[in-house]
Design a binder for this molecule. Sequence first.
Ligand code: UGA
Length: 421
Amino acid sequence: MRIAIVGGTGYVGFCTGLGFASKRHDVVLIDLNAKKLAGVREGRCPVYEPGAAEILRKVLDQGNLTTATIIPEADIILLAVGTPSLPDGGINVTQIKKVSETIGSTIKTWNTSPVIVVKSTVVPGTTETVVKPIVESTSGKHAGTDFGLVMNPEFLREGVALKDFLNPDRIVIGEYDKRSGDLVATLYKDFPGTLMRTSLAAAEMIKYANNAFLATKISFINEIGNLCKRLGIDIDEVAKGIALDKRIAPHFLQSGVGYGGSCFPKDVAALASLAKQNGYEPKLLNEVMALNKRQRRLLLDRLGPMKGKRVAVLGLAFKPNTDDVRESPAIDIIGDLVNQGASVVAYDPQAMITMKQVFPNILYAQTAKEALQTADACVVLTDWNEFKELTIEDFTQMHGTQIIEGRRILKPEINADGLCW
Ligand code: UGA
């Protein structure tokens, strides 16, 4: 099938494009930035994702991936632009509206009836009340007859997005009209996982409820972890014990400094904001967010006053295998240390360039070992595998002895003070 992806150089658009191209569909990545597109054609990934460069080379060689600045005729137009947070937690649909207008004016002259697939994370109701009327008015055509409409949420995790794309637990197809649902279902016909067809709004809500539930699991295990720490109980033994109950499952039960990233914080806040707008107080969601922020405070409190001290921060990305620092616990923690008057020396295997945009004036070390040298205290905020290799000798280079682990990754003999363990 011919698939045009608007927002094709963004994280979701690009990974989805690579995935469909690797399945031999003809994918066109659309972006207004011609320079970025030229880079893609030369094999440069516009986002950091392990394994993506190899697949990009392959699909370019096979001729299954091309780029364009305007939408070419296609069977499917996939909308994958960003929906950033508004100050009240709601989502900003400016790009969704703009792209819907562009799609409408583009398909106006087409003799075919393309299916518009919303991949962006949008609050329930957006596809039907924002995308549909804009496309209809700018194209002069009708949804369900002249063009199709589907909401197909993504569940990709950064760092393993391509694996997740090809091996989904489930595929959710929210459809306005049956023909469109059928077409999108054929796109996924040889994918593993359960294919589920729903209304547009249910598909939109599944995405939010999914992320909110996972965030809730993390805040829950952090709550139990904080208590276990006080009682001298190993939280990981407890997590393992409850994970054996099939109803609970072992995933997302790692306690620590809490969740970050471009999805959980934004999506839980958007769901809570939607609830409030609809006259419902989202007590649980509010607590999930508050508990998550509290983990960062707890780590700082454990560290104590750091004015005039040198603090090594190991791990800046919100999780390993990414250079993404959005909503990373490291941002709040470094910000507080800097405000206190501490001298911060940070290290991350991938995320130093991105963090330099947030904190250009702190020190950055070339290695974890270098960051530790002469530090009065150390905090570990991302569970990068390479931190497993650090030895007691590396830590003896510090001036002080305080090592606080926000993620459980160091060798046990280092005897770091775990946040919840
Ligand atoms: C998340 C979801 O897992 C994806 O399914 C979803 O598609 C994506 O958001 C999205 O909405 O686009 P992602 O943000 O890439 O994916 O990262 P996760 O692997 O889910 O981790 C999120 C945060 O939770 C990280 O900061 C991680 O360190 C933290 N976490 C995760 C914990 O603190 N404990 C855990 O047990 C698991």
